[in-house]
Design a protein around this ligand. Structure first.
Ligand SMILES: [Zn+2]
Length: 267
């Protein structure tokens, strides 16, 4: 018995260095935003290879159908929550349904958020649509994070449309698991731009261990991801789900001051 124990201990000791040396691949996660209008583009996003998240705008014509299809296909579904942007005063009736605004009372804000979250089935997290105005306001971000926290196991992803966003900070202060976008894959719809930004996403993942890219259901973006996502493993990357990326972000947040990424103006 004693020898058996010694033998087993030796085996464990031998195994330990091997486990410690196990290489962790740089990890990337991808969200496709703005789903809910076009059915064909939405279905193409849902059919992307691997655990790509589908972020669906509430109250859009295809929101429920696409959320159901995404969930049935094993994709994680996010509520793509419309938050007021700096230039949204000009939009008038063209503003997204269910938008949250600066001039709402806390009761209106909470009521609208709850309607939004109930409008999209299978939601496991929330990410921001536009929001360059609202995400700068700590009071409103505090209301939002309290609502998210009170709904249970939801997380928040800051699409980070302004460098002045306090959304991530308020999420952490409220105890909501959260992460922030590193790269927009398609600031314009040319294949060259998507390729360049995807390369930047991989580089950030190599530098920081993991990185989050957000794309839109544009033909150039979808065609690129259909072709490139299956190659990631051979290139030495792991494609992970958004919930895994949020968990990683929260596990490392004490050692990580956040990635410095440029935020585009006006979204
Ligand atoms: Zn959006």
């Amino acid at each position: 018995m004693f020898f058996l124990r010694v033998f087993l201990s030796a085996l464990i000791l031998l195994a330990l260095p091997a486990a410690a040396e196990q290489v962790t691949l740089p990890r990337v996660a991808v969200i496709i935003d703005d789903l809910g209008y076009a059915l064909a583009a939405g279905e193409r996003a849902i059919n992307l290879p691997g655990p790509v998240a589908c972020a669906i705008l509430p109250g859009t014509p295809r929101a429920i159908r696409l959320a159901e299809q995404a969930h049935a296909s094993g994709k994680e579904v996010l509520l793509h929550l419309p938050l007021q942007a700096e230039n949204d005063y000009d939009l008038g009736d063209a503003a997204e349904p269910g938008s949250l605004h600066l001039d709402m009372s806390q009761a209106e804000f909470a009521h609208t958020f709850i309607k939004d979250i109930e409008a999209v089935p299978h939601v496991i997290g929330v990410n921001s649509h536009r929001g360059s105005l609202l995400t700068r306001h700590p009071g409103h971000m505090n209301w939002l994070m309290e609502e998210i926290r009170d709904r249970g196991d939801l997380f928040f992803v800051d699409s980070y449309t302004t460098a002045a966003s306090v959304a991530l900070q308020l999420a952490r202060e409220t105890g909501v698991p959260a992460a922030k976008r590193d790269v927009f894959l398609d600031p314009d719809q040319s294949p060259e731009t998507v390729a360049r930004e995807f390369a930047r996403l991989k580089k950030l993942a190599q530098q920081n261990g993991f990185a989050l890219g957000i794309g839109h259901p544009y033909p150039a973006t979808l065609a690129f991801l259909e072709k490139e996502l299956p190659k990631l493993r051979n290139e030495g990357f792991e494609l992970i789900s958004i919930s895994e990326l949020v968990a990683l972000t929260n596990a490392t947040q004490n050692n990580n001051t956040g990635h410095a990424v440029a935020a585009p103006a006006g979204q």
